[in-house]
Design a protein around this ligand. Structure first.
Ligand SMILES: Cc1ncc(C[n+]2csc(CCOP(=O)(O)OP(=O)(O)O)c2C)c(N)n1
Ligand SMILES: [Mg+2]
Length: 692
């Protein structure tokens, strides 16, 4: 039975099925260009685009062009006609300042990136932004530029491939079988995240990950001899990598030999150490930091044209070179062959083939919504009084058996974050159901690896640490949001309420600070029910990350009507209605909702309580709904949250008040800390009276 239909919906390979010969070819060449000529096409597209933009980074593309040429022309398994072909190799440019290298490669090999876009490098709405952005340019797998993170994303992608292969491949049907290639510079390697990520990649034995180090001895401030003298090959050998030393990054034969050797690695990721010259070919700027991040300048461009024997005008690529680069036809054949393999696999193993297609589309299993509804309704009627971190674990326990795509872990705090569930199996194993990542104490790489897992597809990753250490992960959280990655970041021990560990461990500014990241949904639930709703919202959110913030301490259960239960997912809702028009609105999140409810009880019938587990989601509701929850006419409002007060001013206005904490916490039991910092019913009542 022909099963191509499902493929066509899951990943568009219609073009792969059309005749490979159908696409128009340029006139056959009279000459065969040299490899150096092919690499020079990259160099001059980069040089000329940077010149046109009057900004950008020519040095790295000029230095890595020869490596990229060999990799892309001889090894990269991709299909420029279909940038999202399921089994494509992933290519990551971790040293993202060299973005023009990637744009040149995409353009030359035949992706939908016309010359016009290269001419509009770094201009508003062009497909060639300053640094590669996965949501702007077809063929860009991840957004890079913050050095080191692309490398960690690549580790996540390679882990995704390994896990999928373990689960879905069958003898003679390696339907998941691709490599992850990553370019990285000295800057990526100086960044601490490279240690975290390389260490994990070594431990996991990700042998289909190949990293190329652009060892050019230069970073922005000059020759790195004063600040980067590590023995990088020895460092990676110590992580358990296969290291190929001292490759001449301008010798195509040497590069090819290194890649051949990397392909043989059975149980280790490979680092190819490439000696290169930044700004290669520029008589005045080669080997110098001056080529790193500025146009070469008119005279130097002319001198480089002469030196590299490139007589062509800016953005002009001779036909023979264009033809040699073209990968569209080969790409069609590759995807077509894989499609045949997949069809045979689907014939033989229809159920797992269906499952793989479902996961590749990012769709949840049929029935998930109904099961989640039932679970949440039962929680509401059972009313467990637990810490929200415990409620989070209960939610994982309830949802994870339905969602094999959920793969998660914690940065050495599994028993505090409560991220393990009954079905957890370490990804360090070869188990087909491996789904749990022991990240060790590596918050930043953990989060960037989550991003890689999410971007690869077929996974909904979650990661976890204490809320206070979200700072260690922060730029990767920001990148989740910028990239629209469906990653779930779990942060427990969410306030001074964690107690004795003291101010080093007590987040104060973190909630507000995570909320300030655009496109990031932060949830701080007040009980087990809201915790389950938050998990569900994070799972169902397809186009961006969620931060789920949970308490260490037990939280009271809140009774709700069906309507209230329904409205939790709107981010903020009336948990206690006033009799008549409210004279005062108390707005609270998480552990402070209980205090607000008790205070309202003392203050009388005119007081409304709004539970606001996610301000981000609430802010997206329509104006009528927001007005129905927080009526403009009621100016007496108090926000209560064990965090910085400034954030809440937009909800309470000048006439309102905030019960919060604008200092660091302190080391003491929770029973002493909460009253000390004013998180008591009495203080909320007194604050309310002071507003009158
Ligand atoms: C996290 C981070 N810090 C700083 C920068 C700014 N920056 C961009 S490139 C660069 C130097 C990188 O040196 P290297 O990777 O050796 O690049 P090369 O000059 O060799 O191309 C710096 C500091 C950045 N992009 N990301
Ligand atoms: Mg460098």
């Amino acid at each position: 039975m022909f099963r191509g239909d499902r493929l066509r919906v899951g990943w568009d390979n219609r073009r792969a099925r059309s005749s490979p010969g159908a696409s128009p070819n340029p006139t056959p060449p009279m000459t065969t260009p040299s490899r150096r000529d092919l690499a020079n096409a990259i160099r001059f597209l980069a040089i000329d685009a940077v010149e046109a933009a009057k900004s950008g980074h020519p040095g790295m593309p000029m230095g890595m062009a020869d490596i990229a040429e060999v990799l892309w022309n001889d090894y990269l398994n991709h299909n420029p006609n279909n940038p999202t072909w399921f089994n494509r190799d992933r290519f990551v440019l971790s040293n993202g300042h060299g973005s023009m290298l990637q744009y040149a490669l995409l353009h030359l090999s035949g992706y939908d990136l016309p010359l016009e876009d290269l001419k509009r490098f770094r201009q508003l709405e062009s497909k060639t932004p300053g640094h590669p952005e996965n949501f702007m340019t077809p063929g860009v797998e991840t957004t890079t530029g913050p050095l080191g993170q692309g490398f960690a994303n690549a580790v996540g992608m390679a882990l995704a491939e390994k896990l999928l292969a373990q689960r879905f491949n069958r003898p003679e049907y390696a339907v998941v079988d691709h490599r992850t290639w990553v370019f990285m510079g000295d800057g990526c390697l100086m960044e601490g995240i490279s240690h975290e990520a390389a260490s994990l990649a070594g431990t996991w034995g990700l042998n289909k990950l190949v990293a190329f180090w652009d060892d050019n001895h230069i970073s922005i401030d000059g020759n790195v001899e004063g600040w980067f003298t590590d023995d990088t090959p020895a460092r990676f050998e110590a992580y358990g990598w296969n290291v190929i030393r001292a490759v001449d990054g301008h010798d195509a034969g040497a590069i090819k030999a290194a890649i051949e050797s990397a392909l043989q690695s059975q149980d280790k990721p490979t680092l190819v150490c490439c000696r290169t010259t930044i700004g290669f070919g520029s008589p005045g700027k080669a080997g110098k930091e001056s080529s790193h991040g500025a146009p070469l300048g008119k005279d130097e461009v002319a001198a480089t044209r002469a030196a590299l024997n490139w007589p062509h005008a800016p953005f002009e690529i001779p036909d023979d070179i264009r033809l040699a680069w073209r990968a569209r036809d080969a790409g069609l054949v590759r995807e077509h062959q894989w499609g045949q393999l997949f069809d045979a696999y689907a014939e033989r193993y229809p159920e797992i083939a269906d499952e793989l297609v479902r996961r590749s589309r990012g769709e949840l299993p049929e029935g998930f919504a109904a099961d989640a509804d039932a679970y949440i309704a039962k929680l509401q009627s059972d009313g467990p009084v637990v810490a929200s971190r415990k409620a989070s674990q209960m939610a994982i326990e309830a949802f994870a058996p339905l969602l094999p795509e959920l793969v998660g872990g914690s940065a050495d705090l599994a028993h505090s974050n409560l991220t393990l569930w009954k079905g957890s199996k370490s990804v360090a194993s070869d188990d087909a159901d491996a789904n749990y990542v022991y990240y060790g104490v590596r918050e930043f790489a953990m989060t960037a690896i989550s991003n890689g897992l999410a971007l690869h597809g077929c996974f909904i990753p979650y990661d976890a640490t204490f809320l206070v250490f979200s700072d260690y992960a922060r730029n990767a959280v920001r990148m989740s949001a910028l990239m629209g990655a469906r990653a779930i970041h779990v942060y427990t021990h969410d306030s001074i309420g964690l107690g004795e560990d003291g101010p080093t461990h007590q987040p104060v500014e973190h909630l507000a600070s995570l909320r300030y990241i655009p496109h990031n949904d932060v949830w701080r639930p007040c009980d087990a029910v809201e915790s389950a709703v938050a998990w569900r919202a994070a799972i169902e959110r397809r186009d961006g990350p969620s931060c789920l913030v949970f308490s260490r301490q037990n939280l009271a259960h809140q009774p709700r009507t069906d309507a209230q239960l329904h409205d939790i997912k709107r981010g903020g809702y009336i948990l206690r209605e006033s009799v008549g028009t409210p004279s005062l609105v108390l707005i609270a999140t998480g552990s402070e909702v209980g205090i607000a409810m008790q205070a309202a009880g003392q203050l009388g019938d005119g007081v409304r309580v709004v539970s606001m587990p996610s301000t981000d989601v609430f802010d997206r509701q329509d104006a009528a709904y927001r007005e129905s929850v927080l009526p403009n006419a009621c100016r007496k409002r108090i926000a209560i949250e064990a965090g910085v007060t400034d954030f809440w001013r937009k909800y309470v206005g000048l006439d309102g008040a905030v019960v919060g904490i604008d200092s660091f916490g302190a080391s003491a039991p929770i029973e002493a800390l909460m009253p000390h910092f004013g998180f008591t019913v009495d203080n909320v009542v007194a604050t309310a009276r002071s507003l009158v």
